[in-house]
Design a protein around this ligand. Structure first.
Ligand SMILES: [Zn+2]
Length: 331
């Protein structure tokens, strides 16, 4: 059609129009020379072809469609299904470049396909399944599911790290997350000044999440859902068969022992009541257990208070503190 108008394929609209008018003028001039009837018929046929070409090429949409058709006809066998970023790969005998690459205002239609010699690439295969909705486990897509939160606390002396696991989970995924986060929290959550106290709250929150799971029925997978996991998480070993709870038991022992020592200091003999004070001793006689009334049940009586560098008489037991020593006579 461009040849009919005598215009190049990348002609602008005004160039096309000029070519069209020039071609018409040529034909009119030929006709005006009064050629024979055969030539006149040929001129008329040529004129109708020119009109037809102009009708198509002067309309941007029709011109684009025509260009595409031509490009596809010229296109070599479809050996290259890859999306064509560039028209006509270099070095191959591809079709001539399409003129629409140039800023010719021929395609005002924004939905017009891009000017390329290649067919548009086939759409990528789409997964017909949908992502999990609310009320479905966001890990495995199963139902029923409920909103759960689990925290993992790590105490690092002065700083604390917290990780929050939050979302819609089914029973098995939720149980697995509870056991994992709580076990780690029981192990690592104590070892900081703030963490030691906050950790109780973290554990309580996790337990609350665990109680929420209790109301959930067993998870039922939904084949229509495209979830990150193909099946619910394995809940794994129960918490009491993991390491974390035993860390707590050890800590509880340590705390108890600490308070036992701090809350029950060894009895001391007060100044002024040293001599004549009656005492209960430990069975190995190494420690003073208590200061008791001198009613005959006492283990020992203080008979003298001496300086640290002095020694007690024989047949007595010596005790000393930072300042002085005591000599005890066993009852
Ligand atoms: Zn799940």
């Amino acid at each position: 059609m461009y040849a009919v108008l005598g215009a190049p394929a990348d002609a602008s609209e005004s160039q096309l129009k000029a070519a069209y008018e020039a071609r018409l003028a040529d034909l009119e001039r030929e006709e005006a020379t009064d050629p024979g009837p055969v030539a006149r018929d040929a001129i008329r046929a040529a004129r109708s072809r020119v009109e037809e070409a102009w009708e198509i090429l002067s309309d941007p949409k029709q011109r684009l469609r025509y260009d595409l058709l031509i490009a596809m006809e010229e296109r070599p066998a479809p050996v290259d299904p890859a999306p064509a970023a560039t028209p006509g790969p270099a070095g191959t005998p591809g079709p001539a470049p399409v003129h629409h690459d140039q800023p010719v205002p021929v395609a005002p239609d924004p939905q017009a396909p891009p000017p390329t010699h290649h067919l548009p690439p086939p759409p990528p295969p789409t997964d017909p399944r949908r992502p999990p909705h609310s009320g479905e486990c966001q890990l495995c897509g199963s139902t029923p599911a409920t909103h759960l939160e689990f925290r993992r606390e790590t105490g690092l002396l002065l700083v604390r790290q917290r990780r929050l696991v939050e979302g819609s989970y089914c029973r098995d995924c939720g149980l697995s997350l509870f056991r994992e986060t709580t076990d780690k929290t029981l192990m690592t959550g104590w070892w900081g000044f703030i963490s030691f106290f906050v950790n109780w709250l973290t554990i309580a929150r996790n337990v609350a999440g665990r109680l929420a799971i209790r109301n959930l029925a067993a998870p039922t997978p939904n084949p229509d859902v495209n979830a990150p996991l193909p099946a619910p998480l394995d809940p794994g070993k129960p918490l009491f068969r993991r390491f974390g709870p035993y860390v707590v038991v050890l800590i509880a022992f340590a705390v108890f022992a600490l308070f036992a020592f701090a809350g029950d200091p060894e009895p001391t003999i007060e100044p002024g009541e040293e001599v004549g004070t009656c005492l209960d001793l430990s069975t190995d006689l190494q420690r003073i257990e208590d200061v008791v009334p001198c009613d005959g049940d006492e283990d020992a009586t203080v008979i003298s208070v001496i300086a640290l560098d002095q020694s007690c008489p024989s047949a007595t037991i010596r005790f000393q503190n930072d300042e002085q020593a005591f000599c005890l006579r066993l009852s």
